[in-house]
Design a protein. Structure first.
Length: 226
């Protein structure tokens, strides 16, 4: 049994991709924190690079993945990497690029992706054009700048991506926040007070006040146009 991927989209995004697409012998870039569970879905033939842009998550991932000989973890800005042009066959991001600097990130990821590379991008989205204050708080607390769901496809088409598949994983957000509650029950509050308070507020707001009517999660599988 695979580990729970503690991200919006949970295990569903990577399960869908790895079961439906050829990944053997591909060079893969994973963008974002908590990559440990994601890595386990890929093949030992894959050369996998992981980039994380905050120190605490970088150290945790590096320690957890130190025994994986085909995986390299680096601390790097997503919008300004150290990779050469046309390096990767697959770019994988799960809940990591829905930010104010998304335009710069996508420009950089396109640059370091090979022609015809596959992009697997999962984004937190808002389901209505106007969202209530408690949803704004959830997004702000996580450093997210979610787009309106109706605009996502247009955004990527304008940036020269061919959309292969669109997968609505909005249902996974309830599961994600239920896992947050389980995690809170396991944490020692004195050691993780700030995290506990934030997760508790977010999980309760989402689960009790109808957050699923306002927030969703959409995965796009795309090909970079040559």
């Amino acid at each position: 049994m695979k580990d729970i991927i503690f991200l919006p989209g949970m295990n569903y995004q990577v399960e869908k991709f790895t079961s439906d697409y050829e990944i053997k012998d591909k060079k893969i870039l994973i963008v974002g924190a908590n990559p440990q569970g994601i890595v386990k879905y890929f093949d030992k033939s894959n050369q996998i690079e992981v980039i994380i842009d905050d120190y605490e998550n970088f150290i945790t991932a590096m320690d957890d993945l130190s025994k994986e000989k085909n995986v390299s973890v680096k601390m790097m800005e997503y919008s300004a990497t150290d990779y050469n042009k046309e390096t990767f066959d697959i770019i994988y991001a799960q809940a990591s690029i829905s930010r104010d600097d998304k335009n710069q990130i996508i420009k950089e990821l396109k640059k370091i992706a090979k022609n015809d590379a596959i992009f697997v991008i999962g984004e937190v989205v808002h389901l209505q054009e106007k969202i209530p204050g408690f949803i704004d708080d959830i997004l702000a607390n996580n450093g997210l700048a979610a787009d309106y769901v109706e605009n996502i496809e247009k955004y990527y088409i304008e940036r020269k991506f061919d959309i292969i598949a669109k997968i609505d994983l909005s249902y996974s957000l309830k599961e994600f926040y239920k896992e947050c509650i389980k995690l809170l029950n396991e944490l020692k509050e004195d050691d993780y007070k700030e995290l506990s308070v934030r997760l508790s507020h977010e999980a309760n707001a989402f689960l009790k006040y109808g957050g699923d009517k306002h927030l969703g999660f959409l995965t796009l599988i795309m090909r970079k146009q040559a």
